[in-house]
Design a protein around this ligand. Structure first.
Ligand SMILES: Nc1ncnc2c1ncn2[C@@H]1O[C@H](COP(=O)(O)OP(=O)(O)OP(=O)(O)O)[C@@H](O)[C@H]1O
Ligand SMILES: [Mg+2]
Length: 274
C-alpha cells in the first residue's frame, strides 16, 4: 500500500458522514471600514476538493484565513465538523482564544501558503517532525517515523536529511505540504502555493496536490490562478468577486457554461492573459 492510500485510511472518519467538513453561514469580514467578505455562505462536504478563483483582492485569501482562525469574523458563523469555530457575535479576543477546546478545533485544519518558511537550520524531515512532537506530544521516535512517511508521500524520501537551502523551491514547498499533512488535519487549505515558484518547478508541486486530491479523503480548499489545474483538481469551483461568492458550481459547469456574466468576464480575461 502506498503512503497516500495508507493516509486516506487513517482513523480520521467524521462523526457522521452527513456532517459537513466546514460551513460558512452568512460570514462577514471587515478590515476597518472596508468589508472584504460579504455574506459568505457555503457548505463543504467531507472529502470535497473546492477551488476558489477570482480577481486579486476579491477575498480568497481572507476566506481561507478566517477558516484558519488567523482572522476573526464580524458577522455570521464558521463551523467545522458541525461545531462553531468562530462566531460574529463573539469578541475578536474570544475568537482568537487559545484554550484547549479552541486548539482542538483548529487542529482539524492545516494551511499551506505561498511562502513556505521552513526552519533553515532543520533538515526536511525535522521540519516535518517538529509540530507533531511539540504540539501533538509524539515521542521523538514516533514523530520522526511519521515525518518520514509524509516526506516520502510528497516524493522526497531521498532528500529527508537535507537542509532547506539545499532544496529547490518546489522541493521546499513539498516539505511544507508534508509538514501540514503530518498534523493529520481533516481540512487542508492551499493559498496559491505555486505562485512563488519558478515556472519549471510548478508542475512537481501540482503533481503532489493532484495525487492528494485523487487518493486521499482529505477535504481540500485551494486558491489558484491556474484554471486548468482548478478544473482538473476540483469537484466544485467557487468564484469570488468583491467579497461575495458570486457563483459556485461543479468545475465543468463553471468553466464550460458559467451562468454569471462576471464569471464569464473573469475567465475570458484570465484565458486571454496566458
Ligand atoms: N490585513 C489587512 N488589512 C487591511 N485590509 C486587508 C488585509 N488583508 C486583506 N485586506 C484587503 O482585503 C481585500 C481582500 O484581500 P485578499 O488578500 O483576501 O484578496 P485575494 O482574493 O486573496 O487577492 P490576491 O489574488 O491578490 O491574493 C483586499 O481589498 C485587501 O486589500
Ligand atoms: Mg490572496
Amino acid at each position: 500500500m502506498n503512503a497516500i492510500a495508507d493516509f486516506s485510511a487513517a482513523d480520521k472518519q467524521p462523526a457522521s458522514p452527513e456532517t459537513p467538513a466546514c460551513e460558512f453561514v452568512h460570514v462577514v469580514k471587515r478590515f476597518g471600514a472596508v468589508t472584504v467578505l460579504r455574506d459568505i455562505s457555503i457548505v463543504v462536504p467531507h472529502g470535497e476538493k473546492l477551488a476558489l478563483i477570482g480577481p486579486s483582492g476579491s477575498g480568497k485569501s481572507t476566506l481561507l484565513r478566517t477558516l484558519m482562525t488567523l482572522e476573526p469574523i464580524d458577522g455570521g458563523e464558521i463551523k467545522v465538523s458541525g461545531e462553531t469555530l468562530s462566531h460574529g457575535s463573539w469578541s475578536h479576543e474570544r475568537q482568537r482564544s487559545d484554550n484547549a477546546a479552541a486548539r482542538a478545533k483548529r487542529r482539524r485544519i492545516g494551511m499551506v501558503f505561498q511562502q513556505f518558511n521552513l526552519f533553515p537550520h532543520m533538515t526536511a524531515v525535522e521540519n516535518v517532525a517538529v509540530a507533531p512532537r511539540k504540539v501533538l506530544g509524539l515521542s521523538h521516535r514516533d514523530a520522526s517515523e511519521r515525518a518520514h512517511r509524509y516526506v516520502e508521500m510528497v516524493g522526497l524520501g531521498g532528500k529527508a536529511a537535507e537542509l532547506p537551502a539545499r532544496l529547490s523551491g518546489g522541493q521546499q514547498q513539498r516539505v511544507a505540504i508534508a509538514r501540514s499533512l503530518a498534523m493529520e488535519p481533516e481540512i487542508m487549505l492551499f493559498d496559491e502555493v505555486t505562485s512563488a515558484l519558478d515556472p519549471e518547478l510548478v508542475g512537481e508541486v501540482l503533481g503532489v496536490l493532484r495525487k492528494l486530491a485523487e487518493e486521499s479523503t482529505l477535504t481540500m480548499l485551494l486558491v489558484t490562478h491556474q484554471m486548468e489545474f482548478a478544473r482538473s483538481f476540483a469537484d466544485r469551483v467557487a468564484f469570488l468577486w468583491q467579497g461575495q461568492l458570486h457563483e459556485v458550481g461543479e468545475a465543468k459547469a463553471i468553466f464550460d457554461e458559467p451562468r454569471e456574466e462576471r464569471t464569464r468576464q473573469f475567465l475570458r480575461a484570465v484565458l486571454e492573459a496566458r
